[in-house]
Design a protein around this ligand. Structure first.
Ligand code: IDP
Length: 139
């Protein structure tokens, strides 16, 4: 298994509900290494670029409105198979499919306000890390 990096983001609902600490703790306890983190309000341009794959979907405007509505906590995590394992730890997108014990399964009941984003592939991770951390990562 390869050592990978992934981009994770606590969405505005998660920052507001003060679950950043719990989320960081889960990834640290699992054995992943934090390589970058910042609290920021995303510009519309950044949010639209981040969710570009959904640009044609009816919920795109709402999604961008939500992501830019308050501070988000963007992170880069590194470790073995971290892209797939972080997705499992996050839980499914749909609330009815996200199991208790996962981040979404513990904290979210709606599709739009679902606390966390995580890259879904190596290509997405590379693209998203470049978008959110254009200054690079701490060595
Ligand atoms: P993911 O976040 O689990 O990777 P995606 O399908 O990439 O899921 O969707 C991105 C985000 O867009 C989801 O996390 C969710 O908050 C939102 N979303 C997805 N589908 C819908 C929808 O049908 N209505 C409103 N929001 C949606």
């Amino acid at each position: 298994m390869a050592i990978e990096k992934t981009f994770l983001m606590v969405k505005p609902d998660g920052v507001e509900r003060q679950v950043v600490g719990d989320i960081v703790d889960r990834f640290e306890r699992r054995g992943f290494e934090l390589r970058g983190a910042k609290l920021m309000v995303a510009s519309r341009e950044l949010a639209e670029a981040h969710y570009a794959e959904h640009a044609e979907r009816p919920f795109f405007g709402e999604l961008v409105d939500f992501i830019t509505s308050g501070p988000v906590f963007g992170m880069v995590w590194e470790g073995e198979n971290v892209i797939q394992l972080a997705r499992i730890m996050m839980g499914a997108t749909k609330p009815e499919d996200s199991n208790p014990g996962t981040i979404r399964g513990d904290y979210a009941v709606t599709l739009s306000h679902n606390v966390i984003h995580g890259s879904d592939s190596l290509a997405s991770a590379e693209r998203e890390i470049g978008l959110w951390f254009p200054e690079g990562l701490a060595e």
